[in-house]
Design a protein around this ligand. Sequence first.
Ligand code: NAD
Length: 375
Amino acid sequence: MEYIKAFEKIVEEQLARVEKLNAAGEMTDYSKLDKTVIGIVDGDGIGPIITASCRKILEVLLADEIAAGTIELRDIKGLTIENRVAKMETVPEDVLAAIKECNVLLKGPTMTPGKGDDLPNLESANVKLRKELDLFANVRPVSIPEKNINWTFFRENTEGEYALGSQGVDIGDDMSIDFKVTTTAGTKRIAKAAFEFAKNNGNQRVTIVTKANIMKKTDGKFLSLCYEVAKDYPEIEVDDYYVDITAANLIKEPQNSRFNVFVLPNLYGDIITDEAAQIQGGVGTAGSVNMGSKYAMFEAIHGSAPRMIKEGRGAYANPSSIVKAAEMMLRHIGRIDKADILIGALEKAMGSLNMTSDDKGNTTEEFTSAVIENL
Ligand code: NAD
């Protein structure tokens, strides 16, 4: 029967993927690196302006580490629409090779050609980088200081219902079946990423979210493997909730302020992080980061703002979002003290600045100086 063959093919493909996952390396332990290389990718539009601002701030903030050679800020040029189109490559080979020489990336926005741009239909550079660098964790922080809420979501980015999203099977006209995949290696690595983050940020509580009472195999595996990984972190408090009650608990005050780090399979992560972002003030207010075991990519949440450049307002671009991404990057590489200083300086500077993105407000240069003064 045809659908049995289709199922066989799916299982074979997934087993091949598992083999690759099993061969993948351990999470980078930044405390053991002699040097952490931060690649700064400028991107398109206002990208070069905001990344240059952020670079200047990091040069001051990390002056001691840079002088001692434990941190290097390395510029990666060429991830621009002009170069990508000239080479007809989503991420030109030499740029990708340079990126792979870094440990973490601070990336400016890159343009994805759309209808009406009159450009070749290149794939999104981000999607390509996510695949090339195996960035399996989508990490989203949500912070509401006045409610004492400080959440970080670790959403698995490659498995669950999404692994075979377009490979479901129709059994005639009467029935359709989709598949959900949970692998041991895929689960262990997202759990480890969440627990490592919790450890590096003052042993925060970790909450595992599943629907393991219903999806007994896939979510059951996810839940039990997360608890298995938890054994390596005896100092961290861990518990678990079903996804439905998690959705309810996020809006239940003041209990919601007692959650810190969440680890979730792909689909629940997709839904719950949008709910959490809405609680923070809207989906546009949430940043997110893609990370893998070897690499991690930190970015501003907005795009390249082409109209600002066209209208000559580039000098008024607001680098706040990429500076916040840099704060997350510093936490990721274990420089918590520097991350705290950076976010403190940003918040203080923003109190005295008015970034309107035109000549009625402050310039990017004034922003940069104000943050540096407050470091
Ligand atoms: P956009 O975020 O570039 O712009 C939306 C609006 O916000 C515009 O009015 C813009 O002027 C303003 N804006 C954005 N960032 C700003 C900043 N730092 N300071 C002041 N004003 C700012 O969104 P868009 O117009 O939909 O996208 C433009 C391009 O960016 C597209 O090619 C898209 O593919 C790309 N994009 C890239 C990424 C990424 O690389 N991660 C993300 C989103 C969009």
